[in-house]
Unconditional design. Structure first.
Length: 637
């Protein structure tokens, strides 16, 4: 198992005497990571007829999952599901907490299935398509690698490689990969081959879903959200020529060019495109962001080469996706090191990393939990010399107050704010940075003298906060078997296997702590409101599923007590100002780039209307959200 180029774990598969399989899969990702033991019995067609999984999941919650088929009836039980179904034919059970071996078994079962199609359990359907074949040398021997794409598991087809006769395999992605031991060298060429096919698909979607007006594009009768004043201006007209906004004014007061394409907004809200200020862009994320009206993102940690290539395709119009500003990731080495190839354990390594990120056009540095605290002020000074900002996780061994005093311009994640007031948590590299905040966050009063002093420090340093509230809502309040509140508004529109994930639940809750975890999240909302009231700049970021997660993040800000119009302002012009892009984007004004969205409702009055984005214009190119949704397997509104 390889995470961002570093070996992080392994999987072993043993064929027992009775033909059943015994699989062990584990990896370490910053102290998180699963350890799964799986026993699988296959039927004559290679479809699992029984499965028993145990161990722990990525967040260390206990795993106990069982599946069986008896007399034509399938039955399953896991942490969030219990059901049974009479089968009319072969069906493949997709485990909730499984191993990569499950993907190999699904590919083999699909190869043997009529039409390479199988029903999935608990629901859905999967189809297999052969896409490519490569010959690569490993250790002086040539091997054959065949690429298949599996539909029905995600928003877009999932790639999977079978090697030689199919007994071994590889699963390759930009963030993590699993390859046979000794085959590490093939990860890069296999990823490149996948990328080429993904680009071809993305290019076809851009050609078929993007509409480039032949002349000016005009919106009339729009309820225009003015991000400068955080006010709505009904009965407005906006003219776009090429990729620029060229006129804005009241209906009847703006000249409409004779050759214009006119869209009657019919009183719907026209507003600037949204920003997601905390993403890690992966292939196919561009569609998710754009379908949600997110026309700009800030990437806060990624593989440098992969990110720059994606950014370039988005900006060149060869792939549908938002504008991307980049933050370079730096961590220290150690057992909890972040998934990165860039480490700094001394000043020389830090300078080399910062200088390189500046050379590549990065605008920000993000440091992480294993970085030595004494390097923070030095990295801050280096970043500032290049005109770059510094943000990140608060490195273990210091608190948020020290991080700000040492030069950080921004704090990522509300849990690090709360850890500032939990000195008993000594090592914040471990999952304790989540579990201890869930257990004790309810004790932290935003109106206390200690918190008020911290807020004054943020005011003095003009520190920005990126709270990512939605991920803590999901961790602290989601329970197994119940659709997470974080995704309840969209769950029934999602592909079957995606929707299923919304039932998984959050952190394991110790007995008697259910309400305490929920109360801790409520304190996070109160803290966000305290920051807003004090004038602390808040940026809307998610660190979660692209697009749809941002909508929930904004709804949570309103739930915290921030006025709806101000929520829209911070997610548009506010973000652009933080990133010094407000001369180009963030508001609808003549001379700015044409990044606008049309919303069927009035999110400046009720933020939840932001889920109803209908049309997206980025750089003057028009996309209909219903088309983007269908390409993702999402049911359009």
């Amino acid at each position: 198992m390889i995470l961002q180029g570093n070996k992080a774990g392994f999987q072993t598969t043993t064929v027992n005497a009775d033909g059943s399989l015994q699989v062990h899969f584990e990896f370490n990702d910053r102290g998180r990571g699963p350890s799964i033991n799986s026993h699988i019995t296959l039927d004559a067609r290679g479809v699992p007829s029984a499965m028993d999984n145990s161990g722990n999941d990525y967040m260390k919650a206990a795993v106990e999952e069982h599946f069986s088929v008896a007399q034509g009836k399938a039955a399953w039980k896991n942490r969030s599901e219990q059901g049974e179904k009479q089968l009319s034919g072969e069906a493949f059970y997709v485990p909730l907490s499984g191993t990569v071996e499950d993907g190999a078994q699904l590919v083999r079962a699909l190869l043997a299935a009529p039409g390479q199609t199988l029903a999935l359990l608990p629901s859905g359907q999967s189809t297999l398509l052969k896409r490519d074949q490569l010959k690569l040398d490993v250790g002086g021997k040539t091997h054959s690698f065949t690429l298949y794409e599996i539909s029905g598991l995600d928003f877009t087809p999932s790639p999977f490689w079978l090697i030689d006769d199919g007994k071994t395999y590889a699963s390759i992605a930009s963030w993590s990969s699993l390859v046979p031991e000794g085959f590490e060298s093939v990860a890069e060429p296999l990823f490149m081959a996948q990328g080429k096919l993904q680009q071809e698909r993305s290019g076809e979607l851009e050609r078929t879903l993007a509409h480039k007006p032949a002349g000016p594009l005009v919106f009339t009768h729009a309820n225009l959200f003015d991000a400068e004043t955080a006010q709505s201006r009904p009965n407005s007209t906006v003219v776009i020529t090429g990729n620029k906004i060229t006129a804005v004014g009241a209906d009847g007061k703006v000249a409409i060019p004779g050759n214009a394409e006119v869209i009657d907004a019919g009183g719907r809200t026209l507003m600037p495109g949204l920003w997601d200020m905390h993403v890690h862009v992966q292939p196919n994320d561009g569609l998710l962001h754009m379908a949600a009206g997110v026309t700009s993102v800030r990437d806060l940690a990624n593989d440098t080469d992969a990110l720059m290539k994606l950014r370039d395709r988005f900006s060149q119009g060869s792939e549908i996706g938002p504008r991307v500003v980049m933050a370079g990731f730096i961590d220290g080495r150690g057992p909890y090191q972040g998934p990165t190839k860039v480490f700094a354990d001394n000043e020389e390594e830090a300078k080399k990393a910062v200088d390189n990120y500046a050379r590549l056009g990065y605008v920000q540095i993000k440091v992480y939990s294993s970085l030595k605290p004494e390097l923070v002020p030095k990295i801050a000074a280096m970043a500032h010399e290049h005109g770059m900002r510094l943000s990140g996780h608060v490195p273990s061994g210091m608190n948020a107050e020290q991080f700000v005093r040492d030069g950080a311009d921004e704090l990522q994640h509300m849990n690090f704010v709360f850890l500032n007031f939990l000195p008993q948590v000594k090592d914040t590299r471990t999952p304790a940075r989540f579990t201890e905040v869930a257990a004790h966050g309810a004790e932290i009063d935003p109106a206390s003298a200690q918190v008020k002093a911290f807020i004054r420090l943020l005011q003095e340093h003009k520190t920005v906060v990126d709270p990512t509230l939605m991920i803590f809502e999901s961790m602290f309040t989601s329970r197994p078997g119940v659709i997470s509140a974080s995704y309840a508004a969209v769950a029934d529109r999602m592909p079957a296997q995606i929707r299923r994930g919304f039932l998984y639940g959050g952190l394991a809750v110790p007995e008697g702590q259910d309400q305490r975890f929920k109360d801790s999240f409520q304190q996070m909302l109160k803290m966000a409101k305290a920051f807003y009231d004090a004038g602390i700049p808040i940026v809307a970021g998610t660190d979660a599923t692209g697009g749809i997660s941002l909508h929930r993040e904004l709804v949570l800000y309103e739930a915290a007590g921030i006025p709806a119009a101000k929520v829209l302002q911070l997610a548009t012009l506010g973000a652009a100002r933080v990133m010094k892009r407000d001369a180009e984007v963030g508001s609808i004004a003549p001379g700015k780039l044409a990044d606008v969205i049309l919303v069927d409702g009035d999110p400046a009055a009720h933020v939840s209307d932001i889920y109803k984005v209908k049309t997206v214009v980025k750089d003057g190119v028009v996309y209909q959200v219903a088309d983007l949704d269908r390409a993702l397997g999402v049911k359009p509104l």
